[in-house]
Each structure stands twice: as C-alpha cells, then as structure tokens.
Write a protein that binds this ligand. Structure first.
Ligand SMILES: Nc1ncnc2c1ncn2[C@@H]1O[C@H](COP(=O)(O)OP(=O)(O)OP(=O)(O)O)[C@@H](O)[C@H]1O
Ligand SMILES: [Mg+2]
Length: 323
C-alpha cells in the first residue's frame, strides 16, 4: 500500500490548497499578460493615431515632436556624412532609422546625442536647443543613446556597469576605482533602480558577474538597461540586435517594444528589414547623409527612393509577407 493511500486526508487537503494557489497564480499571470497586451495595443494605437495624418515625405511635421533637427550637417574632409535638412520625431513612437551602410545613421546619432559636433545645424529636444551641450548634459536632459559596438566595461560587474551608467550619464566625475567607496556614501536608491532594471531585462542572475563573461546578447541588454538608468524620454539604439544570438533577438525586440509601451520614445537603427517592418510606427530612410524617405512601414516598402538606395547598395528590401 502506498503511503498516500494510508493517510489520504491531510495530503488531499494540501493538494487542493496547492492546486488552488496554482490556479490563482495562473489566473494572475493570465491577467498580467492580458494587461500587458492591452497596454501594448494602446501604446501602438496611440502612436499610429498620432501619425495617421502625417505626410509620408522627407521633413514632414509631426503633431508632437520630441526631437526636431534643422539643417544638421557633419562633414569629414571632403565627405558630407550627414546633411539633414529637417527631421521631426514624434513623441511616444518607435521610429526606425534605416539606410545602407555609410548612410550617416550613426553619425547623426553621435551629433544629436552630443558625442560629436555638427559642422552646422541646430536641434531641439523637448522644446530645448541642444547644439553646443555636452553628451552628459544632453543625457541628463533625457536623450540617451547606445552604441553600435557595445561599450560595456568587461572587467566590471553588470551592477557596476549599471551604477557607472547612472553616475556617468548624470555627469559626475570620478575614476572607476573610486566607485566602491562612492557607492557606500551614495544614495541606495540608485542601486535599487539598477537591480530593478537588471531584473526587468532578465539579467538579475548576472548582477555580480563581470560583463566580459556575458554573451553578446546579454551585453546588448545590459547596455539598454544601463541607458535606462537616467529614465530617458528618448532612447536612441544603434543596431541593438547586431551580433546577438538569434535566440535572444525576440526577447530584445520585446524589450524595445516594452520601452515604447512604457512611454519612452525610441529611435532604432537596424538593418534587418523584417524586424523594422514589424515593429516600427514610423520609418526614416537615410542615404548619403540625407533623409530620402519617411513614412509608415507600408509607405516605405513601396517607396521607390528607398528601393533604389538599397538596390544601389546590393541590400534588397524584403517584400511584404502574404497574410
Ligand atoms: N570619424 C570619422 N572620420 C571620417 N569619416 C567618418 C567618420 N565617422 C564616419 N565616417 C564616414 O561617414 C559616413 C557615414 O558613416 P556612419 O557610420 O554614420 O554610417 P551608418 O549609416 O551608421 O553606416 P552603418 O550602417 O554601416 O553603421 C561613412 O562614409 C563613414 O565612413
Ligand atoms: Mg552605423
């Protein structure tokens, strides 16, 4: 006779209680997923609505632009790498920046985020002029970017990278070796925020691991999490998926969409057209430093200037999937 048969009462009771709590947590999880999906739908439809009446043409005005660039150029010797006449990015959207290699996407990011100086031009972020401000100052005002090649410091732990992200972006000056004593003195809040973000980006288990031991995908996540330390209004991601194991790509994409759904405006530079077409609210196409097209995914898919730019670079634009 099995022990369960000898004394079924209490075990049966425990099992009922257990299954009740399992049912409850399944219901809670379902509720959470549903709520998240509703939020996602709301954010996506709000972004789509805001852009519904915007003309799909270079330089078009947006109803509530978070970023407005005017005549921004960057010349390297004889090469005009960026030559943007007018560009507006609508607040609350996921806007993609596409274009063949060397089109000027990263250089444009460098200039507007304060990491490089323009040859000419001005740009407003949240209604405020940014030209001449340092990258730290711009980050503190809420515009933060990540880099095409990750800048995670490999000999620091994930948490240290996060902490440095906050202080670095907040414009404090100190050597990394001073970090530990500084933490003790500093507000615990930053650490709590770092832990929350690590948790949010599924990196909590890597908290005390050196960034050098993390996979390429995890480092990209870490970089995104680090950029979020200053709670930016605008996050500029330069090829966040590059070099990431395909198994992690979906989760990275989910994180990017979740940032938009949470109210952060996102500008994404990405080469994978399937990704771009599926997640973007708006697409801006660069070629030879200029904005050659703007529009919703469907506008861009059928835009001749975009097709020509990509054909010229031997990089084909994927056709729309049959539904
Ligand atoms: N520091 C620099 N000095 C000289 N030329 C540069 C510099 N940075 C970029 N360039 C040139 O400016 C042009 C635009 O480069 P950029 O990196 O902005 O292109 P991109 O659109 O980001 O390309 P990719 O898709 O390959 O990342 C290229 O011709 C590049 O070689
Ligand atoms: Mg680039």
């Amino acid at each position: 006779m099995r022990s369960a048969d000898r004394n079924p009462g209490p075990r049966a009771g425990a099992t009922a209680a257990q299954s009740e709590s399992v049912d409850e947590s399944i219901a809670q999880e379902r509720e959470r997923v549903l709520h998240h999906e509703q939020e996602q739908d709301l954010a996506a439809s709000a972004a789509a609505q805001a852009l519904a009446s915007v003309a799909a043409e270079p330089g078009s005005s947006k109803p509530d632009p978070i970023l407005v660039a005017k005549k921004v150029s960057r010349r390297f010797g004889g090469l005009l790498a960026v030559d943007v006449e007018h560009l507006e990015v609508q607040r609350g959207t996921l806007t993609a920046l596409i274009g063949p290699n060397g089109a000027g996407k990263s250089t444009f990011f460098n200039v507007v985020s304060g990491f490089d100086k323009p040859t000419s031009g001005t740009w407003r972020f949240n209604g405020r002029e940014m030209a001449g401000l340092s990258a730290n100052r711009i980050a503190r005002l809420g515009m933060v970017r990540t880099f095409q090649l990750t800048k995670a410091l490999t000999r620091m732990t994930a948490l240290e990278n996060m902490m440095l992200g906050a202080t670095d972006q907040l414009g404090e000056h100190f050597l990394p070796s001073l970090i530990r004593p500084l933490w003790r003195a500093q507000d615990k809040q930053i650490e709590v925020r770092a832990d929350n973000l690590l948790e949010h980006f599924n990196l909590a288990h890597m908290r005390d691991q050196f960034a050098g031991t993390m996979s390429g995908g995890q480092r990209k996540l870490l970089e995104m999490a680090r950029a979020m330390m200053v709670q930016p209004d605008l996050l500029m991601l330069d090829e966040p998926m590059a070099g990431v194991n395909p198994a992690l790509t979906q989760s990275l994409l989910g994180h990017i969409q979740a940032l938009r759904d949470g109210g952060t405006t996102v500008i994404l530079v990405e080469h994978d057209m399937d990704v771009i077409m599926s997640i973007s609210d708006w697409i801006v196409c660069f070629a030879e430093g200029r904005v050659i097209a703007e529009g919703r995914p469907d506008d861009i898919r059928s835009n001749q200037a975009v097709v020509d730019a990509y054909l010229g670079s031997q990089r084909a634009l994927p056709r729309k999937q049959e539904e």
